[in-house]
Write a protein that binds this ligand. Structure first.
Ligand code: SF4
Length: 358
């Protein structure tokens, strides 16, 4: 997992550490997701966390929504291959229990956990154990008083975050990260920009309730992408109404699209047209599936013809270009061999596996 060159100037923030994963400052932007199994179902939850890790998730959040979830948490934390963050909504006692169970981080929603004394109790305990807290504001669950005063837009979200940050800071607590999530891209971007002027804490980015896989990916890429482009954001979660592994795939695509981080195989493929000399679409799809487990950053160009093909292929680690005589294979910018259409996919897979092990 290499950091690729990027022209983006990141916002200067404090650095926090969650279970050994550094967030903020010049550290790589961290990819997160959240399980959607019943947390107390240890077998299912751990299996999902393992699948998430396999596709590149670096931190995982689990809902701690009842006593059963809390009871399972200690074992979950012990066996999870990723640092576990407890998501707490209404019950401060669950936050205390989660800290005692050994979670690496907490997420508190200021709209749903409002009593000052409760937040202060949690902050005190988290401070003793050096457990970071995310102030996770969500436009859908804002404090009623703030919603009345400011509506549900950026201003209300920022105000909600600032109030909670103040409560934590009053306890001497500064292991904070902040998120300001809304399903509205413009309001989300505005909120993060406003808060970036006021605090130095790292930000967790996301567009909440973004929707099913296609819409959710597009909306998330817009919201998260705009903010990352402005240098704002230290960790991201793509919220999709889809298996959480898909969130991780999209998160990596956003990061690699902006040149912020690269992980795994990036297939560059042309859209095809009447000039295409082979089945680019099927080959590209099959390549992505077959090489989904590779962590090493690799770029493979799959191009239909010689119009743009040789140029893209030479810029990639591996390339395949349709020609009237067959599929021209490239390796590290140089022509390697000419293969038949039916051999193209297996040739590309074999080359990728060879590069993976180098
Ligand atoms: Fe069409 Fe060739 Fe361009 Fe692909 S590379 S879209 S086949 S012109």
């Amino acid at each position: 997992m290499a950091k690729s060159k990027s022209i983006i100037q990141r916002r200067k923030t404090k650095v926090i550490e969650i279970g050994g994963v550094k967030i903020g400052g010049d550290n790589p932007i961290v990819v997160q997701s959240m399980t959607n199994t019943i947390t107390s179902n240890l077998k299912a939850t751990l299996a999902q966390i393992r699948r998430l890790k396999k596709v590149g998730c670096e931190l995982v959040r689990v809902a701690v929504n009842d006593k059963d979830a809390l009871l399972a948490l200690k074992e979950l934390v012990k066996r999870s291959p990723l640092p576990v963050i407890a998501d707490i909504q209404f019950d401060w006692k669950l936050a205390v229990g989660a800290i005692e169970a050994g979670v690496a981080g907490l997420r508190l929603n200021p709209g749903n956990l409002r009593k000052k004394e409760h937040i202060k109790t949690v902050a005190k305990l988290a401070f003793e154990r050096k457990i970071p807290i995310r102030v996770g504001v969500n436009a859908g669950s804002l404090d009623k008083e703030l919603a009345r005063k400011y509506g549900t837009g950026a201003k209300a979200m920022v105000e909600s975050a600032l109030r909670e940050i103040k409560l934590l800071e009053d306890e001497g607590f500064d292991l904070i990260k902040v998120s300001l999530k809304s399903s509205d891209v413009s309001q989300t971007v505005l909120a993060y920009e406003m808060l970036a002027e006021k605090v130095e804490y790292p930000f967790h980015l996301g567009i909440t309730e973004a929707g099913t896989i296609l819409r959710g990916s597009v909306i998330s890429a817009l919201g998260i992408g705009i903010l990352l482009w402005k240098g704002i954001g230290d960790t991201i979660r793509v919220s999709l109404s889809a298996p959480p592994e898909e969130e991780i795939r999209v998160a990596w695509m956003i990061l690699s699209g902006l040149g912020l981080r690269q992980r795994g195989v990036r297939v560059i493929a042309c859209p095809t047209c009447a000039r295409a000399e082979f089945d680019v679409i099927k080959t590209a799809q099959k390549l992505e599936q077959a090489l989904a487990d590779i962590e090493k950053p690799l770029t493979i160009a799959v191009m239909g013809c010689i119009v743009n093909g040789p140029g893209e292929a030479r810029l990639s680690d591996i390339g395949a270009v349709g020609t009237p005589k067959g599929i021209q294979i490239y390796l590290k910018g140089k022509k390697l061999s000419l293969v038949k259409q039916k051999e193209a996919l297996s040739t590309l897979i074999n080359l990728a596996r060879k590069l993976e092990s180098k």
